[in-house]
Design a protein around this ligand. Structure first.
Ligand code: MG
Length: 301
């Protein structure tokens, strides 16, 4: 038995034992009291599905019941027709746009900031045209410099800038989504709750945040992290294995998402959980196994 099977079967085993040992009437009343779970909406970034072109990838996704597609933001304005045509008649929608802009919002250099403003707004406009829930952004990666210092003034500046961006996104029927990373990649924004507080303080309904199971290493609880953002601010979720950022399941027992998934169920999370990861195995097999694993853990959550 490999490590993935161990995790899934041990959790499933525990659940079935619990059901078997509870009385039938108790089980029925619990089931009746429980509100219906929201639908699990899985999404793939463009590199996840096997296939040599977008249509082959979408065919594969459709067969797997994947209902979201997350393209990168690079060159998005020139891909609007291609993506619209490829999605036409399919049960797949654009879940989010992953970054793709130039520059960064906390740049000290006005030219770099201007690059961000122009390219990000182009991506937001294109995202709106293809019906995306939002455009994902990171305020600053560690490698981006010179960067504004980590001070109260910078936070106020970020909130003002996010407000403008959020209002612009709303005009285009979409949002901007702040993504916290781990401190090895971005010391500025590392917690889902911190991102949610910036959403609140930006005072625009167009500013949202997300959680990425891979990056959520400083949130002490997946459950609390998602609930801290809640339905008001949590707009997207990324998923990967939790040891090496490959397919969920490829890191065995580490790949337990149940607590986070439980929070999403409890808050009636209406958006997508999107795959952002590589693989060390045969893609055809690891993708299928990962989808099965997440569906099994969603049931248990
Ligand atoms: Mg991510």
């Amino acid at each position: 038995m490999n490590r993935r099977k161990f995790l899934t079967s041990s959790i499933c085993g525990a659940a079935s034992v619990a059901v078997a040992t509870s009385g039938a009437s108790l089980f029925t009343s619990c089931a009746e009291a429980k509100k219906p779970a929201p639908e699990l909406r899985l999404s793939f970034q463009e590199g996840i599905a096997p296939g040599s072109n977008l249509n082959e990838k979408l065919d594969y996704m459709e067969k797997m019941g994947i209902v979201g597609f997350e393209p990168g933001g690079h060159n998005l304005a020139n891909r609007v027709d291609e993506i619209k045509n490829a999605l036409s008649g399919r049960n797949i929608k654009v879940s989010a746009i992953c970054a793709g802009f130039k520059g960064f919002i906390l740049a000290e250099d006005p030219e770099v900031k201007a690059q961000f403003d122009t390219t990000m707004r182009d991506i937001i406009a294109a995202a709106g045209e293809i019906g995306s829930t939002g455009v994902i952004m990171v305020p600053a990666f560690n490698w981006q410099s010179p960067c504004k210092p980590h001070t109260l003034e910078t936070r106020e500046y970020l909130c003002e800038q996010m407000h403008e961006l959020g209002e612009y996104a709303l005009k285009h029927n979409t949002t901007v989504i702040l993504e916290p990373l781990n401190r090895r990649e971005a010391h500025y924004l590392r917690l889902v709750s911190d991102a949610a507080a910036i959403c609140r303080d930006s005072k625009s309904a167009g500013v949202k945040c997300m959680g990425d199971f891979w990056h959520m290493q400083e949130d002490t609880s997946d459950y609390a992290a998602f609930l801290s953002a809640g339905k008001e601010y949590l707009q997207h979720v990324h998923i990967a294995s939790r040891g090496r950022r490959i397919m969920p399941g490829e890191d065995g027992e580490l790949d337990n998402y149940v607590e986070g998934l439980r929070a999403l169920k409890e808050m009636d999370y209406p958006y997508y959980i999107s795959f952002e990861c590589g693989t060390k195995g045969e893609r055809e097999q690891t993708v299928k196994a990962a989808v099965e694993l997440i569906r099994a853990q969603w049931e248990l959550a």
